[in-house]
Ligand binder design. Structure first.
Ligand SMILES: NC(=O)c1ccc[n+]([C@@H]2O[C@H](COP(=O)([O-])OP(=O)(O)OC[C@H]3O[C@@H](n4cnc5c(N)ncnc54)[C@H](OP(=O)(O)O)[C@@H]3O)[C@@H](O)[C@H]2O)c1
Length: 495
């Protein structure tokens, strides 16, 4: 008959701090008094499902255990004994953490089932219950109280919300030379403790933006300098859970679900510190994937239509890459505002999706020929949202109506050749070259715009985003897909 051992306790520490220790399958020799030395076999990471830890106990016994599951969202893991000198047979264990609603405390549940040789049931049951689980609870409490998980990082003061100075393991995607998607490389690193004004986030979903491609190609070296000695990390936005906060951070606590965007790249990582001013708390109704797919792109749609385009009933709006991450949001939102929405896409499949998101007239073209179709359909565009860049330059001028406004958002086809003022004078055109970060320059602006995006999602103004998901390690595949012109909607990376 299988033995079952169940133990639970409450630890006086926030869930993310405890999880930072427990999710590391090789950390137990640092905090559990029964464990002598432990190592992960082979080349595996210590949070990689399938990895095997091989350790000796203080009493001389040797055990090999395999990590079976690990969920950063649920704060759970399961593992089993592969072989051992202690006669615990078919041993499978599960641990889970849950935040206690009052205060920064955590409920820790630990249980296992196993078989024993006849006559040794009681002895082995007690060994697991007391020697492993109950001792483990006490040992981890002591470990946290001593700050033994905290590695000093200088003398920066900490907020009372969460004293912390530990570096945490992170998985990140680096670039050490500019080039095509293959230059993206995943590696293990450490995320330092948050400094004054910063929060450290365990990221669950990371937004991929075409802007990341420009940086990777080396089109903006001053914003993204890279070298073999100092590789850069891409990524402008992500969503996740706050692990801890630095000094002078108010309104954000460990355990809060948040999303952010900001003008300094570095989001392609599982753990990252960012200024608290970049961060907005997420409503329960917005999941991490949705937030990463819509925050930067939705705020872009908001400022394009509201602040720059002044789009309203009857506006003739032309949207390029209408089935892209930004494009779908712009189409749906503009339609709700009463605009006549025209869009360009490169395939029939994209045309179908763009139509479903409110684009009434879709022009399918792979070679940037659309001006005649636009003039024919509506007499020219009042507002043009252009993320294509140079290949569409002359057609854009031809597609605009008198006093039309060309909003040059990006340059997926290549950097725009400079536009002489005389190119605009024939139809009294105007030209804008906006960047989203200037529209969320303060946290108040960010919170206000993010709220408009969540409201637009909640009331159906924009549809739940179409999302293509890639693991963090598969970032190069995500980039290749975005550059292939095949992707529809938003792409995200999941650490
Ligand atoms: N300025 C800002 O603040 C800001 C903020 C967000 C986004 N943006 C810009 O908005 C645009 C859309 O961004 P996104 O992240 O949502 O990307 P996206 O639209 O999902 O993907 C880019 C799309 O551009 C089109 N495209 C046309 N020629 C291309 C080429 N030669 N190579 C690759 N793609 C090409 C493709 O659609 P079709 O095949 O259907 O033509 C492709 O799907 C980008 O230009 C981006 O830089 C700017």
């Amino acid at each position: 008959m299988l033995q079952r051992v169940v133990r639970s306790t409450i630890i006086d520490a926030p869930i993310e701090r405890i999880w930072a220790v427990l999710r590391d399958f090789n950390s137990h020799d640092q905090w559990h008094s029964a464990v002598d030395q432990s190592r992960i076999e082979g080349d595996e990471r210590s949070d990689q499902v399938g990895c095997v830890r091989s350790f000796t106990l203080k009493d001389g016994n040797r055990i090999r255990e395999q990590l079976l599951t690990l969920s950063d969202t649920e704060h759970t893991s399961t593992y089993c004994i592969v072989d051992a000198t202690v006669p615990l047979q078919r041993y499978v264990a599960a641990l889970s953490l849950k935040p206690v609603t009052d205060g920064n405390r955590t409920f820790w549940h630990w249980e296992s089932t196993f078989a024993t040789p006849p006559g040794r049931e009681r002895e082995l049951h007690d060994m697991v219950a007391q020697g492993v689980y109950e001792a483990g609870f006490e040992d981890l409490r002591r470990h946290l109280a001593q700050g033994a998980d905290l590695r000093p990082q200088g003398s920066v003061g900490q907020s009372s919300a969460m004293p912390s100075a530990m570096a945490l393991p992170t998985r990140r995607v680096v670039v050490d030379r500019y080039g095509d998607a293959e230059v993206l490389r995943a590696e293990n690193a450490e995320a330092p403790a948050p400094r004054e004004g910063e929060v450290r986030i365990r990221q669950r979903a990371i937004g991929v933006n075409f802007f990341d491609v420009y940086l990777r190609r080396g089109w903006m070296p001053s914003m993204f300098p890279v070298s073999a000695r100092e590789p850069g990390v891409l990524g402008m936005e992500a969503a996740g859970t706050v692990i801890d906060v630095g000094a002078n951070v108010s309104g954000i606590l460990p355990g809060d679900r948040v999303a952010y965007l900001g003008p300094v790249p570095g989001a392609y990582a599982s753990v990252r510190c960012v200024p608290a001013a970049w961060v907005v708390r997420l409503p329960a109704s917005v999941e991490d994937d949705t937030a990463a797919a819509t925050l930067l792109k939705g705020i872009t749609a908001d400022f394009l239509l509201r602040d720059l385009g002044h789009v309203g009933p009857g506006t003739r709006l032309l949207v390029h890459a209408a089935a892209g991450g930004v494009g779908l949001l712009v189409c749906a939102w503009a339609r709700r505002l009463g605009a006549t929405v025209l869009g360009t896409v490169s395939s029939d499949e994209k045309a179908r999706v763009a139509r479903a998101h409110g684009c009434e007239q879709v022009i399918v073209t792979r070679d940037y020929r659309f001006a005649d179709a636009v003039q024919h359909a509506c007499g020219g565009a009042d507002v043009l949202i252009d993320g294509l860049g140079d290949a569409a330059r002359d057609e854009n001028l031809a597609a605009l109506a008198r006093r039309g406004h060309w909003i040059s958002l990006g340059q997926a086809s290549g950097p725009l050749t400079p536009l002489p003022p005389d190119a605009l004078v024939a139809k009294s055109l105007t030209f804008s070259r906006p960047v989203v970060f200037d529209y969320v320059a303060t946290n108040a602006q960010l919170v206000e715009r993010a709220q408009r995006v969540w409201n637009a999602l909640a009331d159906g103004t924009i549809l739940p985003p179409t999302i293509e998901r890639y693991s963090l390690d598969a970032a190069s595949r995500a980039h290749a897909r975005l550059e292939s012109r095949g992707s529809i909607g938003a792409l995200i990376l999941t650490p």
